[in-house]
Design a protein around this ligand. Structure first.
Ligand SMILES: Nc1ncnc2c1ncn2[C@@H]1O[C@H](COP(=O)(O)OP(=O)(O)O)[C@@H](O)[C@H]1O
Ligand SMILES: [Mg+2]
Length: 379
């Protein structure tokens, strides 16, 4: 039997981990660092005799002549993997899923070869976040600087094989998250990628193209526009000036934006909006309007978590109505960038509040009623 192509072996390993994500996280965590090795190993190529030898060995006592991979993977996990593969033999649906994953895996060469070492290097450097952008070009002259930065990611643009532009979201370790957290961040981003699949087809929402389980790298459609509030510390004044908006969104753009938030909500998803009035996940482009990036499953917070100001996942603890309400503050903040000082900011803000309330009444009556019931203030 011929060896299966690498991208197919990789797809098998990825699907195996996915199947175990919720039921056996302990195992998945242990497997992450050696996942590539696991995936590139073809279980069909181990002959029966050798497998028998392996299974008769006491744990820890490995056959020095056995494949290298077997020596570095706990026997029980490997056995589970082979068994799992066998249990899917002849399953057509399974084959289709694998074929799609394998197709995606082919696109990852660039990221494995270039970005993974880069993350490792960044991690080893223990870089100072404030001046990362400054010496980025010196350290990685071949790799363009990121277009966006979040709490756990760096986002780059890349050209896909058809010549189109895509966004590449790479997990990052920051100093406020332990450097050895990379595998968990990778896993977290992969979880998020799984959720992004649910948003397929919603206009005004960045779409997942594919994701790599081992590195947590995601490829997404490239959203137009800039963040109103880029992640602090990364971009210099010149960058920020370029990102400054000069026009206020049209009513149509605002409505589409709010529709996108509702559509995500209908699929159990919310964009992260952060603790403060802080909207790095809503990109705005004066021509094409808003695009939501960085959304995940809505996870209601317990009262205990609500009290904990530092709670890491707070940003997905707000429901659709809350996110929708924050749009008003976003618009107000945006207006302070686009109006000149003579235009009386107070009046402009009042006008925005009125416009926003009118939009709610006409287009989102249900959410409007809910905001009233929750006693949100419209002033
Ligand atoms: N698909 C995309 N297209 C364009 N820019 C993006 C895209 N995804 C993210 N970004 C930019 O990168 C920043 C960080 O990405 P994000 O997904 O928010 O990461 P994190 O999960 O770490 O917050 C965003 O605030 C945005 O500016
Ligand atoms: Mg973000």
């Amino acid at each position: 039997m011929r060896r299966k192509p690498d991208e197919m072996l990789l797809a098998q390993g990825q699907q195996f981990v996915l199947d175990n994500l919720t039921t056996n996280q302990e195992m998945v965590r242990e497997l992450l660092p050696i996942l590539r090795e696991l995936c590139l190993f073809d279980p069909d190529k181990v002959d029966e005799a050798q497998r028998k030898r392996e299974s008769e060995q006491a744990p820890g006592e490995l056959d020095p002549k056995g494949p290298l991979m077997l020596q570095s993977i706990r026997d029980d996990y490997f056995g589970t993997y082979v068994e799992w593969l066998r249990s899917h033999q002849g399953d057509e649906g399974f084959k289709e899923v694998l074929a799609e994953m394998a197709e995606n895996n082919k696109k990852f060469d660039f990221f494995r070869l270039q970005l993974l070492p880069l993350i490792e290097a960044t991690k080893l450097m223990g870089y100072n976040e404030k001046n990362l952008m400054e010496y980025w070009s010196k350290l990685f002259p071949a790799v363009p600087a990121p277009i966006g930065v979040g709490a756990t990611s760096l986002v780059f643009t890349a050209t896909d094989k058809q010549g189109g532009q895509v966004a590449v979201k790479v997990p990052r370790v920051s100093l406020d998250v332990a450097p050895n957290a990379l595998p968990s961040i990778a896993l977290l981003n992969y979880f998020q990628a799984e959720m992004m699949k649910r948003a397929r087809g919603i206009p005004g929402v960045a779409q997942l193209i594919c994701a790599d389980l081992q590195t947590g790298v995601q490829i997404q459609t490239l959203a137009k526009g800039y963040s109103l509030t880029p992640y602090p510390g990364f971009f210099d004044e010149a960058d920020k000036a370029r990102h400054r908006f000069t026009a206020f969104p049209t009513e149509e753009q605002i409505i589409s934006f709010m529709r996108a938030i509702c559509a995500l909500g209908e699929r159990g998803l919310v964009p992260g909006i952060g603790k403060k009035i802080n909207y790095p996940n809503f990109l705005f482009d004066e021509k094409t309007g808003f695009t939501i990036v960085d959304y995940a499953e809505y996870t209601p917070l317990s009262d205990e978590q609500k009290k904990d100001k530092e709670f890491f996942f707070q940003s997905t603890g707000r429901d659709t109505t809350e996110v929708l309400f924050y749009v008003r503050d976003y618009l107000k903040k945006l207006s302070s960038q686009v109006i000149d000082k003579k235009s009386r900011p107070q009046r402009v803000r009042l006008r925005i509040t009125k416009q926003y309330e009118k939009i709610l009444q006409e287009h989102f009556p249900e959410q409007y009623a809910e905001m009233f019931a929750r006693q949100y203030e419209f002033k």
